[in-house]
Design a protein around this ligand. Structure first.
Ligand SMILES: [Mg+2]
Length: 171
């Protein structure tokens, strides 16, 4: 039996507070909205290190993040630098994948379970978003919401951007 702990990164392990002003709230397209925000991820400070280390003693870390795949190398290096972990299981947003974060992470969970045969692994999950944690719970995965700042900061929708729904989030 393998036990996995799924970890979100932004606003969960990575303190992205300094990047929040870089989110372009006037942009409806997520790639555009989070372009500068994502580009500055290397400067994040780690958070919840003690919790991560304690959980890592009993559960293999797996990372589910909405970060674009193009930031794979930078993200892996950051995790290695701050958490001393070799992130060989990291699921990221593929180029052109516009799915909302809940749908994206649900699909990541399906992939993980498929890889390890559903009945042969136990999974717990940590994420800053309530809707993502609710999805995990609905899938029978114990989840805990841990956040560094208010998760709603990503969803402030500018006037005239009506088609940008709460589900079209990047972080
Ligand atoms: Mg997050």
């Amino acid at each position: 039996m393998t036990t996995f702990a799924i970890w979100d990164i932004d606003n969960c392990l990575a303190d992205d507070t300094h990047r929040l002003p870089l989110i372009d709230l006037t942009a409806c397209d997520n790639e555009e909205r989070f372009a500068k925000y994502n580009a500055a991820m290397g400067g994040d400070e780690p958070c919840h290190v003690d919790l991560f280390n304690a959980v890592a003693m009993v559960a293999t870390p797996v990372f589910f993040t909405s970060r674009p795949q193009t930031f794979h190398a930078e993200t892996v290096a950051w995790l290695q630098r701050h958490y001393r972990v070799c992130a060989n299981r990291i699921y990221m947003r593929a180029a052109g994948d516009k799915r909302d974060t809940v749908a994206l992470k649900h699909h990541m969970l399906v992939r993980l379970r498929r890889e390890f045969a559903y009945s042969n692994c136990t999974i717990v999950a940590y994420d800053d978003r309530e809707d993502v944690c609710d999805m995990y719970q609905a899938e029978g995965v114990d989840s805990m919401r841990i956040a560094i700042h208010d998760s709603n900061i990503y969803v402030s929708c500018p006037l005239g951007c009506n088609h940008f729904s709460i589900n079209h989030l990047g972080a």
